[in-house]
Write a protein that binds this ligand. Sequence first.
Ligand SMILES: Cc1cc2nc3c(=O)[nH]c(=O)nc-3n(C[C@H](O)[C@H](O)[C@H](O)COP(=O)(O)OP(=O)(O)OC[C@H]3O[C@@H](n4cnc5c(N)ncnc54)[C@H](O)[C@@H]3O)c2cc1C
Length: 477
Amino acid sequence: MATFLLVHQGMTSKPIYLPTITPEIVSTLQSIVPKERIFTGSKTEKFSKDFYWYSPILKRLLEDRRAEVAIRIDTREELRDITALFFSKDVPVVIRGGGSGNYGQLIPLYGGAVLDLSGMSKIFSVDGVVRAEAGATLRAIEFEARKAGWELRCMPSTWAISSIGGFFCGGSGGIGSILHGGISSGDNVKSVTIMTMESEPKFIKFEEKDAIKALHTYGTTGIMVEVEMRLGKAFNWEQLIFVHDNWHELLDWTYSVATDDKIVKRLVTVFEAEICSYFKPLKKFLPEEKMATFLMVDEPAVEALLESAKAAGIAHVYSRPFGNPPKPPFITDYTWNHTTLWAIKADPSITYLQCGFGENFSENLDKLKNKYGDEFLLHLELTLGNAKFEAGKPGVTVGGIPLIKFTTEERLNEIIDFCKSIGVGIANPHTYKLEEGGVHPDIVEKRALKDAVDPKALLNPGKMISYHKNPFEAQPT
Ligand SMILES: Cc1cc2nc3c(=O)[nH]c(=O)nc-3n(C[C@H](O)[C@H](O)[C@H](O)COP(=O)(O)OP(=O)(O)OC[C@H]3O[C@@H](n4cnc5c(N)ncnc54)[C@H](O)[C@@H]3O)c2cc1C
């Protein structure tokens, strides 16, 4: 195993690690992939970062971390040969898909290599199940699927840039989760094929429920090369926005829409008024001081929906078909963690939490608003179950990504503690450590998988903190 040293630069305590990538390794890499796809020095920066800067805490912890080499991989064969090389040289390896993760999931903690799989993007088939290479974007899959009368069952609001492998390894759900649940719900995942980190890497396919253990492990349990995900029947989605000036009335109406099985939906999102003011391109549709519900609803249900809104005194202000093929602008660009992006653009002091508001969500939301006022801004996402908080619970779950006006880490932790004290679940987005960021009822199985496929613990070290070994751990992270 290579040795690593921590040294200190001048008066700062920024860690600098002895390089793991030697000129000899770079020259061997050049015999595997063209040198135009190998990046060293400052060029590794953009491959080494995701949206970790949403969190002021992760920004502080991770901004100096980067890989020593980044490589764009186009084929399984290249991936296999490079992985075998890095295994033999004890180089830590992190995989990158679209780089849209939120928690520094792909930021290398100990230098080493980032392998960018965006070139492994073949879509093999879309006949009720998509079978694709891990680097295929969700956008490409959605477009291909819709041509054949299908659509993704769920996708993040970053569907334009995210890869399906990155979604499986780092994401949880999103648009479509009100209809089909999250990635790991029901039979959404048909199979995943991973490559092991060994001297002679093997390809292993896990099917149906057996595949779940390989999901959401930040690339610590093998390199995902191919996935099969079941598709949903494509609907003619209408994108709609409703506004109102009474929070409880809007929430009650929205919840009744979310739980009405006759209305087929792909998105149910609620914002309080201040958040709407951050959506500059929608300014003309969103009157000041009004809160809003954003919906994607199957076209035949729209007429009855408009009548029900009218009867509740709720104003309909925006309609636009999603399109087939989909055609922007998309309201999805304001939902899920895109909301946080608009907010940070408007006010850089803003950060966020990920919450499950529980069965008595309305009461809990009131408690939070009463205690924190405008320091805690409500952004709700309604889904069918939510593996982050209530794995296996049937029916509609009220979760969300509330915005926090950040002042100090202590204050943020105080808010988190208060949430927990009233039964509001927290999936903490201010940690890069897998187990601290959400619930993992199958962590024992995940660790066993890591044992089997990554014997030297070289895959994204430092992220699965309950794993018994980390060859780099002598270095503070
Ligand atoms: C504006 C914004 C909105 C978002 N909205 C959502 C949302 O609605 N729902 C949601 O779930 N998430 C959301 N996210 C988080 C993120 O976009 C998704 O999780 C996304 O699916 C990640 O895909 P990616 O290809 O960008 O992954 P990356 O960021 O490239 O990788 C994510 C993790 O998976 C690992 N990984 C990637 N590919 C592989 C592979 N082939 N094999 C092994 N490990 C791999 C990486 O090492 C990393 O740990 C959002 C983020 C932002 C910035």
